[in-house]
Design a protein around this ligand. Sequence first.
Ligand code: 2RA
Length: 352
Amino acid sequence: MAPVLAIVGATGAVGTTMIDIINARETVPWAEIRPIASARSAGKVLQIRGAGVEVQVLSPEAFDGVDIALFDVPDEVSAEWAPIAAARGAVAVDNSGAFRMDPDVPLVVPEVNADKAADRPKGIIANPNCTTLSMMAAMGALHREFGLEALVVASYQAASGAGQAGVDRLQAELSAVAGKDLGAVSGDVAAAVAPLGDDSPFPAPLALNVVPWAGSLKDDGWSSEELKVRNESRKILGLPDLKVSATCVRVPVVTTHSLAVHATFAQEVSVEAAQKVIAAQPTIELDDDPAAGVWPTPAAVVGKDATHVGRIRQALDFPNTLDLFLCGDNLRKGAALNTYEIAETIAGEFAS
Ligand code: 2RA
């Protein structure tokens, strides 16, 4: 019997992307795909692989017969319900931040550490934060070849990382400045967007701006997002002492996170050697020909499954260091796609 897959949060932004990904797959290994959501969305009918499937309300019984349950819900919902799904016999694959740093929960990027998915004492597997995820396939591949020692990262994060509210706010702010004299309005964007009110998910205007902040305030001025990049990279790569420093920045892009990465290795690495490693990865596209104007941009990568990597340079004053730029769709590989790929990785365990 093929396994049964549940999608908790099936009607949200990431859940919807998940169903798009499932519908685009040539084949799927599931006997049943069961969408689950809060009472507000229960009863809706979703088109899944050519059939209308009714959304079930989130309840303990909804997990009966489920082998793998994907969670695309806020942290507090996962914290409560992933253990319930696991107690009823499902493996919970959780896309929230609730379990990522739990030592009894593997944090999995299939291209990097698929083997860790089998060791799950709590019956829960965590999916990394989208910012970390955007660079993990590339960093994992380069680490396997050259031995990674340090990462200095600046992120350029899209509004959709802050959910639909983030996209809606950016849309409203862009509408508020559209058609105005940009020279004048750029002098006081805050005044131009003030009529929208102050319930923005961003701590400053995002239109015509960049905001050096994502997440919540942690000790010594770090943001939660920056600490996630450090802690999750260490856990995924299996390098507990990896030196990592990140600055996370929100930019007026709808979808696709970008990162400028300064990666230091145990040995000198030529640009050609790094390009060869990157080009050989099935889930990475190498867009690296600056003379021809070829480099990744978020606008070109949105909707794509692959991470796109370019601008690979040997740092002039740091002999063992490469500088590079990469873009990954934060709703696909950064969230729904990686979660689904974890489910595909373990699906074989349940086939009988
Ligand atoms: C953000 N990485 O972009 C977060 C979402 N998980 O805000």
